[in-house]
Each structure stands twice: as C-alpha cells, then as structure tokens.
Design a protein. Structure first.
Lengths: 317, 362
C-alpha cells in the first residue's frame, strides 16, 4: 500500500485514538459504577455476609435487607416464638429465624412517598415557572432585564443552607415546617434560578421567527408558544427537569432541619436505619438502592430528549 | 386584492428611530420592493405591516381599513421569513397545512389545497419529507407554499432569497415573479440586493435612515435617481459622481469638469458647484475629447468590459464594448451622453437642468 492509500482525514479521529477514547470511557464507567454495584450487592446480603472479611463476592442472595427496611421488629425469647402460630408469609419466616417478630411496617414507605411527592412536585413547578419566566426574559423587552437575571442568579451564589435559619423561622411563622407544601415551595424556589437560566439559554436558541410565523398564520402568542416553542424546547426542558429533580431528590440539609415527621424525605431517614437496632447494613443498602431508582428511571426515560440534539436543520444561519 | 397604506408611521426603539414618519402606498396587486442597506428601516416597516411590531406613531391601512391595532393573526397577511421558519418537528405537508389548521379549515379542503399549492410550486414529491432533509431552495419553496396556501390578502417577504447561493437566487427570482403574476396578490418584498429588486419589482421604494429616499419604477430609479444615495445604491457598477463647477456662458450655465468645459451637456442654473452623475454605459471613448484619464483596470465581463479610468476628476468607470482594446496605462478621451447626465446639489439632491425644466414646463 502506498502512503496515499493510508491518508486520513485530519478532522476524523484516527482509529487508535478512537479506541483509546473508548477504553478510557469504559474504565471510567467501571470505576464509577463500583460503589453502586457494591451497594446493590450489599442490599441482597445477609447481615453477616455484609460485614464478612474478606468481603464476599459470591454469596447466597437474601431479601432480609429489604424486609428489615420495610418492617419494625422486636427480639423475642425462643420460648415465646415457639408459642406463636407458624409464620404465614415468607418474610415473617425470615424474621423468625433471627428470633424476632414483626410488629408493624416501618416508616420507610411513607418517607419514600414524601420524597417522590416533594421531588417531582418541586421539579414540576420549577420547570413550569422557569419555562414561562425564561420565555419572557428571552422574548420581551423587560425593564431592568439584566439586573433581574443577575438577581435571580445571585440566589445561587451562596450555599442555600446559609439561609436555613431565616427560612426555618419564616416557615414556623407560616406553619409550613414539616409539610409537603413547604418543602415543594422551598425546593422550587431554590431550583428556579437554575431553571430560568438554563431554559433561557435553550429558548434563546430557538429563532423567534418560528413564533412570529405562527402568529402571522393566525395563532395567538400563547398558542404559538405551546405549539412551536415548547416542542422545540423539549430537549432543554428535559435536561432542566433532570437537574432540578436530582437536587430536590438528594437534598439533605433542609430536609433534616425543616422536616421531622409527616413530611420527612428519604435522605434524612436512611441514616436513621443505622440507629435502629444496630448496624443493619443490608437494610441501609436496600434503602439506598431503592432511593437511586426514581432518578435513574427518570433520566433513562428522558435520555432520548437529551441525546436527540436540537434539530435546527430547518434554519440556515 | 389589497392596497396597503402607511400614514406617518414611525417606529422608535430605545434611543433610536428605525422608521421616521413614513408615508407609503403599495398599489393593489403590485410587486413592491423595499430596498436599502441594512439598518435603513425596511424590515421594521415590513414587520409593522405584518403586525409583528407596533408603530410608535401613525396608521397602517389595508384596503382603507385601519389595522394598526389589529394583531398579526387577524390581518390575513402571509409572511415569508429570511430564515424560512419552517417547523423542524413537522414534515413538509404539515408545515404547509399549519396556517389552515389555525383557521379551522376542514380536513379534506386542507388536503386539497396543500396538494394544489405543492403542484404549483413543484414540491409534490417532497410532501412527506422532513424539513431537515431539504435543500435551501426546496425550503424556500415550502415556505412560499405555506404562505400561498392561505390565499392571504397580501404577501410580505423579508429577504427570502438572502441565504440562497447566487445561481439559485436567480432562478427563484424568476419563480417568485412568475408566482406573483399568476396569483396577482399584493406583495411587499424587502431586500438589500438592488439586482433582485430591479429584476422583480413593479415599484421600488429605496429607503435610507428610516425614510423613503425615492419611490419609482426600476427604470425611473436607474435613469433619474433623485439623490446621490439612490444613484450609488442602484446599478452595478454604481453611477459615476463627479464634482463640477458651473460657469456662465452668455447667460447659459456650462459645466466645467477638472478644468475642461463640457458645452454639449445641459447644466443646472443658479449654482456655482454641482455633482454630475453618469452611468458607466453612458460614458463613451472619444479621442477628440479634451477630457482624458489613465486606464487603471479593465474587467472583462463577457459581452462588455468595465474600464476604470483615473483623471484629474477622480475615478470613473465606464462600460465599453469588447472590441475596444484598452490596456493599463492608456489615456483615452472621454465623452458623456448628454441626454443621460443627471445633476445633484451639495446635499446630494437632484437638480433640474435648464433643458429639462423647459421640457417639464412645455
């Protein structure tokens, strides 16, 4: 082969660097998924397997962690256990083997539901309000626009927890402490600056000629917004929603401070498991595994929008 | 069929007047071009007619009806954007049908009209294609189809050919004019390209700094520019503008260009200085002439050549037949076609010459 046959494009990466890039990505993906895999594996171990040293890579899977996560139990004497009627369900049986009886459901399911309601609720409002605000900032000549945008961004220039005490006092006066509504309002407010700025960027990219064409064609501005702007901003809205959900879902400090019972979310609850009846690592791991799922599913569902890219093909710039 | 009238229309943005007390009438059924450099207010004017901008002052009338306060969708006007503004999330058929859907046109009727328009613009084979797949010219046709399908009272076009390459632009000019001749609807077309304007327009309004500099047919603008701005803007190469002194010779004004008297050429009275305007094709090579210059450049353009001559009067371009062999450094004599000379005053406004004033008076 002559040299010319091997001539390559200077913009396309060479096969070697392509393979190298792939290798780096694979290694990185493996390294970052090890902790996750460890947690998921631990959630299926028995308490003894979970703390075995050296760690057991091969073990008999057990649902004990999940049972412990969802139930409250008390330890009983063997005599008492023998006097009970035989266990009716597989999880009762599992608990009896550890010399315990189920006294009722744990509070985990309720905390998890709180997390879902508060996380998705605040994401919904942050994205909804953010989209309208971003559209207005992008399209209209608002007085003091630059200052307002800077002001909105400035709420992000300190860690939100820095204002925890004023917010706590305010919430107590308003009766919003330990309510789902209070947490939704708080997370929406914190996320709004992010969502306005992110979405304004995306909406700025959509040429205003699209709406103007629709408006000349007989649609009102609101109809043009719904039929023309929203479909094209879908990518940006999806990305923003994921960011907002991740923040609201993982938020720990405010949840610890402002919720204690009714509206407590999962993050401050999971460490509580550690305190209840010794170090029950499989139960903690089970709680963490379940906690990871919604964000993972949400991200995977919206992945199409994230990866699709923005089809500005109909416009020539 | 719609006549468009603008009465004293102004548009001011923060600290900047885009359109300044504009009075304009677009006759019913005409192909009307707003021509000017960028920032002259032509697009703002068009957007105010469409209802996309509110005028700061003045009234806009469609067929005598005041639509100044009416929102865009209620004016029944179609707008073709420079960027085409086709919706990328819809295919060609849905893009074209979109304006009909907003008006609640029945489904069968919509389908029929979309087919009809597609046939007219020769894009039937593209109806199910995605917008992203189309070439620039096809997108332009789809954008036109979307405008035509509504049968609006008037068409407004904002540099619709601006993004196309030269060869295609020429073809689309023909198609646009052909389409206008078939439909006959009033069209207002904005462009900065004087060749496009000359090719298609019935009437051209040349705009400069928010005002209409001159309104007329392409011929009028070309041969009788009312200002040096129009003289420079229209024609390629532009009109030659040469500073002259005006002397009196037995009571008649005579022009003197760089010390050379031009007795055969009608000159304006009542002024000591004026600018002579002459198109390159109306400058002749005449070796008996005392007016001489040195050839700086010769551009061969197929049928004609454009020759740049430098003399004491400055630079001058002339269009000469190819059989004239002129080369760099030659010193040809120059003469002007007397009937084609126009005059401008110090402010760049056109001046009447004695002869023309007589013609107008008689």
């Amino acid at each position: 082969m002559s040299a010319r046959d091997q001539a390559r494009s200077i913009v396309e990466p060479a096969p070697f660097s392509r393979r190298l890039a792939a290798l780096v990505i694979v290694v990185y993906a493996l390294v970052s998924s090890i902790p996750l895999a460890w947690i998921v594996a631990t959630s299926f171990k028995t308490p003894n397997d979970a703390i075995a040293y050296p760690p057991k890579l091969v073990f008999t899977p057990s649902l004990e962690g999940y049972v412990n996560l969802f139930t409250a139990r008390t330890r009983q004497t063997p005599e008492y256990l023998a006097s009970l009627p035989p266990p009716e369900t597989w999880y009762e049986e599992l608990v009896r083997k550890r010399n315990m009886v189920i006294t009722g459901p744990s509070r985990f399911a309720g905390r998890y539901a709180n997390s879902l309601i508060i996380g998705f609720g605040s994401t919904f409002f942050a994205v909804l309000l953010g989209t309208f605000a971003a559209y207005a900032f992008s399209r209209f000549g608002i007085p003091l626009k630059e200052d307002l945008l800077f002001f909105i961004l400035s709420t992000r220039m300190f860690p939100p927890i820095a204002v925890a005490i004023p917010i706590y006092l305010m919430y107590r006066q308003l009766g919003l402490t330990d309510t789902q509504l209070g947490m939704i309002i708080l997370y929406t407010a914190v996320n709004l600056s992010l969502s306005v700025w992110l979405l304004k960027g995306f909406i700025d990219e959509i040429p205003k000629e699209y709406e103007e064409a629709a408006m000349v064609d007989g649609y009102s501005r609101l109809q043009a917004f719904r039929k023309v702007v929203l479909p094209q901003a879908a990518t940006g809205i999806a990305a923003t929603a994921i960011f907002c959900l991740i923040f609201a879902w993982n938020e720990y400090a405010f949840a610890l401070l402002l919720t204690s019972g009714l509206a407590q979310t999962a993050p401050p609850f999971i460490p509580n498991i550690i305190g209840e009846g010794g170090l029950d690592w499989p139960a903690v791991a089970a709680g963490t595994t379940l906690f990871l799922l919604p964000v993972m599913i949400f991200t995977i569902l919206l992945r199409k929008h994230l990866l699709r890219g923005i089809t500005f093909g109909a416009l020539r710039r | 069929m719609t006549a468009i009238r603008l009465e004293g229309v102004s548009k001011r943005f923060a600290g900047f007047t885009a359109v300044d007390a504009l009075d304009l009438t677009v006759p019913d059924g005409s192909f009307f071009v707003l021509l000017g450099p960028s920032g002259c207010g032509k697009t703002t004017t068009l957007r105010m007619i469409a209802g996309l901008e509110m005028p700061s002052e003045g009234r806009i009338l469609l067929d005598g009806e005041d639509v100044t306060e009416l929102r865009a969708g209620r004016r029944d006007i179609a707008f073709v954007f420079q960027l085409f503004a086709l919706y990328p999330h819809m295919n060609v058929r849905r893009n074209i049908a979109y304006p009909l859907r907003s008006r609640g046109v029945a489904r069968a009727e919509t389908a029929r009209r979309v087919e009809e328009v597609a046939r007219m613009l020769r894009i039937e084979h593209l109806l199910d294609a995605r917008i992203g797949r189309l070439s620039g010219g096809d997108r332009q046709r789809v954008a036109l189809a979307r405008a035509v399908v509504r049968r609006p009272r008037a068409f407004l076009m904002d540099e619709p050919l601006g993004t196309l390459d030269a060869a295609f632009r020429e073809l689309m000019c023909e198609e646009l004019r052909g389409l206008h001749d078939r439909i006959g609807a009033t069209t207002v077309y904005v462009t900065h390209d004087q060749i496009e304007a000359m090719r298609m327009a019935d009437l051209i309004a040349v705009m400069n700094r928010g005002r209409v500099e001159q309104l007329g047919t392409p011929e009028e603008l070309y041969h009788r520019p009312r200002s040096t701005f129009v003289a420079r803007f229209i024609g390629s190469p532009a009109m030659n503008l040469l500073a002259c002194r005006i002397e009196q010779d037995a009571g008649d004004p005579v022009a003197v260009l760089a010390g050379v008297r031009l007795p055969g050429i009608p000159a304006p009275a009542g002024t000591a200085e004026a600018t002579l305007g002459i198109r390159p094709e109306h400058v002749r090579i005449d070796d008996t002439s005392a007016l001489r210059g040195e050839v700086l450049a010769v551009e061969y353009l197929g049928a004609r050549q454009v020759v740049t001559v430098e003399g004491p009067f400055g630079l001058l371009k002339l269009r000469a037949p190819n059989r004239l062999a002129l080369a760099f450094g030659d010193r040809p004599g120059l003469a002007f076609d007397p009937g084609r000379v126009v005059w401008f005053d110090a402010d760049g406004r056109s001046l009447a010459t004695a002869r023309r004033r007589e013609a107008a008076g008689g």
